[in-house]
Design a protein around this ligand. Structure first.
Ligand code: 2HG
Ligand code: ZN
Length: 452
């Protein structure tokens, strides 16, 4: 055991192999505080060559690796399950190339944060198509590994849609690198997209090449009150057909708003309370405010609305939606379920959730919010205590009954591995296991993640 640690010190430098429990602690517990495990050490390589040497050393020693980016994943995929793994943190892989304005692409190290990539793209007059609340800490490598979604999927798609290439270290320490960013490349299996969403089980992503999108100069945001989930869907349908500049459409409920307001000391958005709220953002070459206002005045489902076009006003309205995660965490350790169903099933699911959760954990309280465009609900259950597994089982079965996915954007991780069979057929799981076995026959990368 100490031989391996010694060898890792030689590879990355002694300062970047953390064995002291106090130094390891921040890496060993996930952002929610729900998932925790002990690593034999945390190793922090600086580049692809060092990652490859670390992986080779662990492979030779037969020691499993847990791979971690910004540690903002919410399904326990980036923290060790037990003891003894090497925790491979990629936050030092921060190289960021110049933006290529002709291809509208850029190559980023796995440890570059989303916020830094966004600022880099914007300085070149472009933007990155994915955005999410954890932008200051979430890393691009982790976001690719989990195929992160966020608030702009309805306009630009998830991480998968942004990728034109990838560099990764395979479990034997060899490096695959496809970073030319070719717009067309039909030369066999698509490794870039195979590794996207593989949750660190097939390879360690070290660099990625992503496409960038035009930076819309004008934006407007509306916070809209509607009378129910059906009303929110009517607003979505209207926005999809009439608002060409539609950039985001997000959902939350009265109880989530109350929690967020208390946590952030935020004023009430409207003089009275409503059951359901939708944030609509429009972005375009010209000011979309009038189009947004017209949409809202024509949509029968709208009960009340407030619109902001300036940056401070837009941020103020977004805060009601974006601070849900931190407000919930401040109230306790949540059981988080990140699910999606076909949109027609969404109102029925929302209605069925409270009774299903109450049957599993009578004392629990459920806060629901999410990305309406994709039918993606974040079901956060507070106070489940030792009934978290029962709550998970009840909610995921409701979702499966409605032909939904048990993991819409956060990944399966450790949290939902047991339930993979609710969303994937036995033949699919067998095919996935065959791929895992071919690339990682010794099961070194992220054991316990994804597969039951
Ligand atoms: C979001 O949409 C994130 O804000 C986090 O995916 C969701 O906290 C959650 O459950
Ligand atoms: Zn989300």
């Amino acid at each position: 055991m100490s031989d391996l640690v010694e060898r890792l010190r030689e590879v990355v430098g002694a300062a970047f192999v953390l064995t002291d429990p106090d130094l390891r602690a921040g890496y060993e517990t996930d952002w929610t505080g729900r998932f925790t495990g002990a690593a034999r050490c945390v190793v922090r390589p600086a580049d692809t060559a060092e990652v490859a040497a670390v992986v080779r050393a662990c492979a030779e020693a037969g020691v499993p690796l847990t791979v971690q980016g910004g540690n903002t994943g919410l399904v326990g995929g980036g923290v060790p399950a037990g003891t003894g793994d090497v925790l491979l943190s990629l936050t030092r892989l921060t190289a960021l190339d110049d933006v290529d304005p002709v291809e509208a692409q850029v190559t980023a190290g796995a440890g570059v944060t989303l916020e830094r990539l966004q600022a880099h793209a914007r300085a070149a007059g472009l933007d990155f198509g994915v955005d999410l609340a954890a932008r200051s800490a979430a890393t691009i490598g982790g976001m690719v590994a989990t195929n992160a979604g966020g608030i702009r999927v309805l306009r630009y798609g998830s991480m998968r849609e942004q990728l034109t290439g990838i560099e990764a270290v395979l479990p034997d320490g060899s490096v695959v690198s496809r970073l030319a960013g070719l717009a067309k490349d039909n030369t066999g299996y698509d490794l870039t997209h195979l590794l996207t969403g593989s949750e660190g089980t097939l390879a360690v992503i070290t660099r990625v090449r992503v496409r960038l999108v035009p930076l819309p100069p004008a934006r407007a945001v509306a916070l809209v009150a509607v009378d129910g989930t059906e009303g929110a869907l009517s607003l979505l349908a209207a926005a999809r057909s009439r608002l060409a500049a539609l950039a985001a459409l997000e959902l939350f409920y009265a109880d989530g708003l109350a929690l967020v307001r208390a946590h952030g000391n935020l004023s009430a958005p409207f003089a009275q309370e409503y059951p359901v709220y939708v944030v609509v953002e429009a972005a375009g070459a010209t000011d979309p405010t009038d189009d947004l206002l017209e949409l809202l005045s024509d949509c029968d489902a709208v009960q009340d609305a407030t619109v902001a076009s300036d940056a401070a006003g837009r941020a103020r309205l977004w805060a009601y939606r974006e601070t849900h995660t931190e407000a919930i965490n401040a109230a306790g350790v949540p059981t988080k379920l990140d699910v999606c169903v076909p949109l027609r099933e969404l109102p029925g699911l929302v209605e069925a959730l409270p009774a299903a959760v109450a049957a599993a954990a009578p004392e629990a309280r459920t806060i629901v919010f999410g990305h309406l465009g994709e039918g993606n609900l974040h079901v956060n259950v507070l106070g489940a205590g030792d009934r978290a597994e029962e709550v998970t089982d009840a909610v995921l079965k409701l979702v499966a009954d409605r032909r939904g996915s048990i993991s819409s954007e956060h990944g399966v991780g450790r949290a939902k591995a047991r339930w993979l069979g609710l969303s994937r057929a036995p033949q699919e799981i067998a095919a996935m296991r065959a791929i895992k076995g071919a690339l990682d026959p010794a099961g070194l990368l992220n054991p316990g993640v994804l597969f039951p």
